[in-house]
Structures are given as structure tokens and as C-alpha cells.
Design a protein around this ligand. Sequence first.
Ligand code: UT7
Length: 331
Amino acid sequence: MNKVTAAITAVGKYVPEYILTNKELETMVDTNDEWITTRTGIKERRILKDKNKGSSYLAIKAAENLFSKKSFDPKEIDLVIVATATPDMQAASTAAFVATKIGATNAFSFDLESACSSFLYGISVASQYIESGRYKKVLLIGADKNSSMIDYTDRTTCIIFGDGAGAVMFEPNDEGNGFQDEYLRTDGSGREFLQVPAGGSLQPSTIETVKNKLHYARQDGQTVFKNAVFNMADVCEKILDRNKLNNDDISWLTAHQANKRIIEATGRRMNLDASKVMLNIQNYGNTTSATIPLLFADYEEQLNKGDKIIIAAFGGGFSWGAIYFKWAYNS
Ligand code: UT7
């Protein structure tokens, strides 16, 4: 009998209705469509305008979309993980609220935060719970209301980020599909280059921190860019080597959507044809924890059972890694 693997059996997504285009950004900061398009690949991003709604709203909508596509009894879900860098609030689990709202009343739940690598690490965690035999249904949701931590007068960050969410269901698989291998890394010396300085325990929010805009995300774009290109390509090569895979074996690269140039550079290092590199950054920008599940949702119809996928991410921390995964169903 085959070893039990953790497969994705359903996906869902949600992006808010409001579209913030490059043209509109031109009226807000000193930028232009040509610069944004050539430097990042982004054309538009979605923004959750309702001030009374947080990341949980995006997460719930993504889960509801998943349930509308494939029927599940929410009461059968064992665990709900919400991967997010923008939880509703600091000290109450966003996942607990989401689980209750979607009717997963027999589940326990927790948030998982590792900046743009949150969802990637979530795949690792969800898979272990399934492979161990402990649980049969784990719902992993990546949701970020990035607009809550963006300074819309700072052209170096406001052009990049957007809001959104994606949800995937993990279940046991006995055909060998699903999770295969992972290569995950962190390096805390990178934390100064990408962070929201205030609002945590190190520097709680005060009138001064707000005046100095320390509650907004800031990054040293070039340093993050160089580290992202080097490290994502490095872990992708390592996981290919370790699993004796070459570029022809791989059906898809599902990479965190932070910058089109980073994604394309990673694809080139793997000698992958551009048609195998999933891309939707043009529509959503960088949605942090939601980029990978949004790719699965947007590409779902093109994915086939047995497709070999490399999932990769790089983000604040620094944190990064690659996961080798086999798709488990035809839609
Ligand atoms: O998901 C988490 C991980 N995050 C990332 O992976 C982000 C990685 N970094 C990047 O994607 C890129 O570094 C950025 C998109 C943030 C910036 O692109 P870049 O090609 O590295 O630009 P740069 O920072 O080197 O700036 C080049 C020039 C500068 O002007 P000067 O000094 O050459 O005159 C900037 O002031 O572009 C200027 N600039 C802009 N111009 C128009 C910076 N932002 C803008 C803007 N519009 N929005």
C-alpha cells in the first residue's frame, strides 16, 4: 500500500471588487504606468475599501468560494490555518473567527505568520498533519489586507501590494499525489530590509510612531530583490537535484508573485519554458500570503492530475523555500 500523502483536493479565491490601476496611482504619487509595468509587471491590484472589514473577511469569502465549487461539510474540517501577515488584530486569532464563521465548528484553528512565505510554510504544516494520519481535512487559507499597512504617499511600496485571499483543502491521498518534498529556510539578518517597524511588542504603537509612519510597511527594494532572486532560484535548483528532476519533468512553477522579474529569473534558472511559469501578478500585485493559492485558483482548469509543480516563495524575515508537489485532480 502506498504511503499516505497530503493532496490539495479543492481551491477557492476571493479578491475585492475595487481595482486600483496604475493610472489611478499616477494621480496619487509620482509614478507612471510604464515604470510600474516594466519594473514589476503589475497593471492593477484589488483593494478592500470597507474600513470595517479585515483579512478575515477575505479569508471567509475565499473559503465560501471553495465550498461553492466542491461540496464539503464544514463540520468535518479538523483544522483551519490562516496564513496572514495582516491578522485582524494582534491578540485574537483570525483563524478562530474565520473557522467559526464558515461553520467549521469541530475544528481547531490558528494563524501562521511568516510574511510572504506564510502560505508556503502553511503547505508544509498542513501536509504534516495529513501525512501523520492525525487529521483528514485541513483547510489552509492565505489572506492579506495589505492596504492596511501601506502608505499611499510612498511610491516605493504602494504600487506593489494588493488585497486578496485563496483557500485550499488538504486531504489524504493514496495515489502518491500531493506533497513530495520541501526545502525551507530563514535568515533573520534580513529583517531590517523588509518590515513594519511599529505596532508589535518591540515598538508598540504610540502617537510618535504613527506620526513617523512607522506602522507602514517599508523595504529596501533592491536588497530584497537580489536576495529573492538568488535564494528562490537556489532552493528550486536544490529541490530539483534532490528529487532527480529536470526541467522537462516539471509542469509548473508556482512562485510567490512579488515582482515579475524575480519570477521570470527563477524560471530561467530552472530552464523552464515561460509557458510553465504561472503568472497573475498583473491582476493583483503582491498579495503576500494569497499569491500562491490565487495562482492555483486561476490556473485550476489548466492543472492535470499528476502534474509536477515547484512551489516557491521569498519574503520578509528573510524567509524562503521551495516545495515539490504533485497535483491530484482534473477539474
Ligand atoms: O514579497 C516580499 C518580497 N518583496 C520583494 O520581493 C520586492 C523586491 N523588490 C522589488 O521588486 C524592486 O526592488 C522594486 C519594484 C521595489 C523597485 O524596483 P527597482 O528596479 O529595484 O527600483 P529602484 O528601487 O532601484 O529605483 C530605481 C529608480 C529610483 O530613481 P533614481 O534614484 O534612479 O533616480 C527610484 O527613486 O526608480 C525610482 N522609483 C520610482 N519611479 C517611479 C522608485 N519607485 C518608483 C515608482 N515610480 N513607483
